[in-house]
Structures are given as structure tokens and as C-alpha cells.
Ligand binder design. Structure first.
Ligand SMILES: Nc1ncnc2c1ncn2[C@@H]1O[C@H](COP(=O)(O)OP(=O)(O)OP(=O)(O)O)[C@@H](O)[C@H]1O
Length: 224
């Protein structure tokens, strides 16, 4: 679903931050992306949902060359990718349930209230449906962000340090949700520093570990 060939990227077209990356992300796969702070993990994720475009090399997403996509083409691509940001932002004056349904409303689709109720139950936020986002804990915010990321039924879920500020129990809960999504056929890519999270996942799912270091993307060894 994402193919990169000798892809390079530098902010502002300047010096390369990521260089000569070649990768094939398959449907239904589960990947972690690790690497030191500032190595370019968030940048890599932004390339994956065409928030940034490569400076050089080839990249196709869902079979389409990202650099040849029109504005509508990019919007179509983004509908197929659900993103959980490192520090998810919500509309604070709007209840949690409506924030989660927002992508549907923005794209002009009807909100199936029963399906929304099921989604809230899945992320264990039913009793917070009418709460306002500032009332949520860190773990609840991440789960709301995950629900919002999957409401459009994307094929690929990208999560940027989704457990960064969470305790271990809450991290495991979030990981379980991501594993369930993967078992339902979605590709998952999680950027994280947390090797314990990677180890916990590897006991349950066939996860591959990518590492960005020294501008390059490598498949990490199996010894994690
Ligand atoms: N919009 C931008 N313009 C210019 N430089 C940027 C921009 N965003 C990020 N950078 C730089 O690119 C480098 C990689 O940043 P990125 O956020 O991708 O790293 P990261 O691996 O996700 O880091 P962390 O683990 O700390 O979140 C950093 O040096 C950062 O300062």
C-alpha cells in the first residue's frame, strides 16, 4: 500500500533529513518505527499520509504516485489513512462523541449513531460521550484520537508515540486496540521510543521493526 524507492526528504528542500529510503508497506502488516529523538519518525509518518511530499525518489501510496496527485487525490488518499497524532487536538467546545464523528461530518457523510456508539464502547469511552475534551485524561484522549482516526474505516493506521504519556496499563490497553485493528485487516504503523511496547506487541502479533538512524531507514534485527 506504500512503496518508497530511494526516497529522500529535507525540510524546505534543504539538507536531507531522510535519505535513500526504500520500503514496501503491505496491507495488513504491523510495523513499529523506532529511532532517536529528532531522527525523523514524525516526518516519516507525515510522508506516509502525504502531509509532506518527498524531495527525491519515488513514492506510491495505494498504487498512486503521490507527487502526481491532485488536491482531491491527496484528500482521497488521506481518507484511507487514519492518523493518531502525538498530542491529539480536539475542538474543546464540542463533546467527545462529536469530535470523534467530525471526519464523517466534514466529508458530508451521515453519522450512524449506532456505529458511533459501538466505536465509543470499543475504546471504552461510552460514559464520556457527552464530556468535553478538556475533561479527558491522557489515556482517554489517546483512545478518543484512535476512535476518530478509524471512523472513516481507513486501510492504514499511523500512530505517533501513542503511548508517550501513558502508564504501562494504559499503554497496553491502547496497544490491544491497535492489535485488534490489525487483526481486522488494517495495516498499522506505530512510531515509538518504547522498546517494551515493541516487545509486548511481538508476543501477540507479527510485527516488524523499522529504525531510522543516520538519515536511513533500516529493518531492525529480530533480537528486540
Ligand atoms: N516543520 C519543520 N521544519 C523544519 N524542521 C523540522 C520541521 N519539523 C521537524 N523538523 C526537524 O526535523 C527533525 C526530525 O523531526 P521529527 O519530529 O520528524 O523527529 P522524531 O524522530 O519524530 O522526534 P521525536 O522522537 O523527538 O518526536 C528534527 O531535527 C526537527 O527539528
Amino acid at each position: 500500500m506504500i512503496e518508497m524507492q530511494n526516497l529522500s526528504f529535507g525540510y524546505g528542500g534543504g539538507e536531507a533529513l531522510l535519505a535513500d529510503m526504500t520500503l514496501s508497506l503491505q496491507p495488513g502488516s504491523f510495523h513499529f518505527l523506532t529511532g532517536p529523538s529528532g531522527a525523523g519518525k514524525t516526518t516519516f509518518l507525515r510522508l506516509c499520509y502525504a502531509d509532506l511530499l518527498p524531495s527525491a525518489g519515488r513514492m506510491s501510496t495505494f498504487g498512486q504516485d503521490v507527487r502526481a496527485l491532485s488536491r482531491d487525490g491527496i484528500a482521497g488518499l488521506r481518507r484511507r489513512v487514519g492518523v493518531v497524532h502525538q498530542d491529539p487536538q480536539f475542538l474543546d467546545h464540542m463533546p467527545v462523541a462529536e469530535n470523534i464523528a467530525l471526519p464523517l461530518m466534514i466529508s458530508g457523510q451521515a453519522v450512524d449513531m449506532a456505529a458511533l456508539g459501538d466505536l465509543l464502547a470499543w475504546v471504552q469511552l461510552s460514559r464520556h460521550a457527552r464530556a468535553m475534551p478538556p475533561e479527558l485524561s491522557g489515556g482517554e484522549r489517546q483512545r478518543a484520537a484512535l476512535a476518530r482516526a478509524v471512523i472513516m474505516a481507513p486501510d492504514l493506521i499511523l500512530a505517533d508515540e501513542p503511548t508517550g504519556n501513558l502508564d504501562w496499563d494504559m499503554s497496553m490497553r491502547l496497544l490491544q486496540l491497535l492489535i485488534e485493528l490489525n487483526r481486522s485487516g488494517k495495516a498499522v504503523l506505530i512510531a515509538t521510543h518504547d522498546l517494551n511496547l515493541v516487545r509486548a506487541a511481538k508476543q501477540q502479533v507479527q510485527a516488524r521493526v523499522l529504525r531510522i538512524a543516520g538519515m536511513k531507514l533500516q529493518l531492525a534485527g529480530a533480537d528486540l
